[in-house]
Design a protein around this ligand. Structure first.
Ligand SMILES: *Cc1c(COP(=O)(O)O)cnc(C)c1O
Length: 388
C-alpha cells in the first residue's frame, strides 16, 4: 500500500487544478499585458482567477498580489511592514519562536539592519497567548507577525484576538496562513489581518505560486524592480498556469471545506488515539486546537529519521517535522520552542492528512506503526534505561 501522509510538506495537484492549468499552457498563451486579443483573453482569465481567490478569503481582488509562493509573500510582507514602520521611527517587530523559516530568517535579516525583534514564547500547548502579544507591543512596534497554523504541530493560533489587539493599538498584523488557507475558513475581514501569505501547493494547487493579501490602503511598495504587473508592485510576466491552477484548487477546497475537515479530523483523531496508547509517546501541541489533518508525536528512545525510513519501506510517506529542516541534525526549532527536551525532539513524527486521504490508509498506518516503534526501541541502546 502507498500512503501519502505528508500533505503539510506539499500536496498532489488536484484533477480540477490540472484541468484549469492546461489552457494556460496551450491556447491561453498571450501575455496579459498585451493589448491584442490573445493578451486580453489572458488578462480576463487572470482577473477572473484573482476574483475567485479573493472571494475564498473574503478579500477584494485588488488586495491579492500573486507571488512565487509562501516564502516570497512572507519576505515581502515583513520587509515592507518594517520599512513602513521605520518611516515613522518604529523599528520594533514582534513574532513568535516557532514561525516558518521564511519568517524567522527575514526577521533575522532585519535585526542585522538595526531592527529589534521580540520572539514571543509559545506555550507547551503550541499556542501563543494574545495577552502576551498585547504586553509586547510598544510605542515603536511596527509589526506583529504570527502564523495562522503551525506547519509542524498544526496548532491554530488565536488570530482574531491578536488581530483585534493590533487594530486597536495601530500596529500592522501579518499572518503566515500557508497551512490554513484551503483547510480552515480564513476570512481576512473577520480575522482583522492586514497582510496574509498563502501558497498554492499546500492545498492541491501547483508549486511555485502563492500570494499575499494586503488590506487596501496599506502603502506597501514593490519587493523587486520590474514591470507594471500586480498593480505595479510585483513585476514579471504572470505565472498563468500556476495562478489558474491555484484558483481552481482553492475554490475546490473551499467549496466542501466543512465536510472535508470533519472527515479529516476524524481520521486525525483515530491516529492520535492509537498512537497515544504506545508507551513513552507524547502528542505535540494542543489536542483539538489544531488543523484537521495534523498528527505530531515524539517517541522517546527513537530517532525520527530511522522511523521515517522504516515507514517509507512500508509505503508510508511521513515527515519528522518540516521538510525544510530534514537533512539537518538539529532538532526542530518548533519542538524546542514548545519545551520538548532536545533528546526527545529527535524522535518526532508528523503525519499530515487531508481530504485526499482515506480511512483504509489510517488503518494501515495504525497497523504498521506500533511494530516499527517497538523494533527501533529494541535496537536502541538508550531505551533499556529509559523504559525503567
Ligand atoms: C510551506 C510553508 C511556507 C513556504 O511556502 P512555499 O510556497 O513553499 O514557499 C511558509 N510557511 C509555512 C507555514 C509553510 O508551511
Amino acid at each position: 500500500m502507498f500512503v501519502y501522509a505528508d500533505n503539510a510538506a506539499t500536496t498532489k495537484v488536484s484533477r480540477k487544478a490540472l484541468e484549469a492549468m492546461m489552457p494556460a499552457l496551450e491556447d491561453l498563451y498571450g501575455n496579459p499585458s498585451s493589448l491584442h486579443q490573445a493578451g486580453r483573453a489572458a488578462e480576463a482569465a487572470l482577473w477572473n482567477a484573482r476574483e475567485r481567490i479573493a472571494a475564498c478569503l473574503s478579500a477584494e481582488p485588488r488586495e491579492i498580489y500573486f507571488t512565487s509562493g509562501g516564502t516570497e509573500a512572507d519576505n515581502w510582507a515583513i520587509t515592507e511592514a518594517a520599512r513602513l514602520g521605520a518611516l515613522k521611527g518604529k523599528k520594533h517587530l514582534i513574532t513568535s519562536a516557532f514561525e516558518h523559516h521564511a519568517v524567522l530568517h527575514t526577521m533575522q535579516k532585519l535585526e542585522k539592519q538595526g531592527y529589534e525583534v521580540t520572539y514571543l514564547k509559545v506555550h507547551e500547548d503550541g499556542l501563543i497567548r494574545p495577552e502576551e502579544v498585547a504586553a509586547a507591543i510598544r510605542e515603536d512596534t511596527a509589526l506583529v507577525s504570527i502564523m495562522y497554523a503551525n506547519n509542524e504541530i498544526g496548532t491554530i493560533q488565536p488570530i482574531r484576538a491578536i488581530g483585534e489587539i493590533c487594530r486597536e493599538r495601530g500596529v500592522l498584523f501579518h499572518t503566515d496562513a500557508v497551512q490554513a488557507v484551503g483547510h480552515l475558513p480564513v476570512n481576512v475581514r473577520e480575522d482583522l489581518v492586514d497582510m496574509l501569505s498563502f501558497s498554492g501547493h499546500k492545498f492541491h494547487g501547483p508549486k511555485g505560486i502563492g500570494g499575499l493579501y494586503v488590506r487596501k490602503g496599506i502603502p506597501i511598495r514593490n519587493f523587486m524592480e520590474g514591470g507594471a504587473q500586480e498593480f505595479r508592485k510585483r513585476g514579471g510576466t504572470e505565472n498563468m498556469p500556476g495562478i489558474l491552477g491555484m484558483a481552481a484548487a482553492l475554490e475546490e477546497a473551499c467549496s466542501h471545506m466543512a465536510e472535508d475537515s470533519a472527515r479529516v479530523a476524524r481520521m486525525r483523531d483515530r491516529l492520535i488515539e492509537a498512537i497515544g496508547k504506545l508507551p513513552k509517546t507524547r502528542l505535540n501541541g494542543h489536542p483539538s486546537q489544531r488543523v484537521p489533518g495534523n498528527v505530531s508525536f515524539c517517541f522517546e528512545g527513537i530517532e525520527g529519521e530511522s522511523l521515517l525510513l522504516r515507514l517509507d519501506l512500508q509505503g508510508i510517506c511521513a515527515s519528522s517535522g518540516s521538510a525544510c529542516t530534514s537533512g539537518s541534525l538539529e532538532p526542530s526549532h518548533v519542538l524546542l520552542a514548545i519545551g520538548v527536551p532536545k533528546e526527545i525532539a529527535h524522535g518526532s513524527l508528523r503525519l499530515s492528512l487531508d481530504a485526499s486521504n482515506r480511512e483504509e490508509e489510517v488503518d494501515y498506518i495504525i497497523e504498521k506503526l506500533p511494530g516499527i516503534v517497538e523494533t527501533l526501541r529494541d535496537m536502541s541502546p538508550v531505551w533499556e534505561e529509559m523504559k525503567a
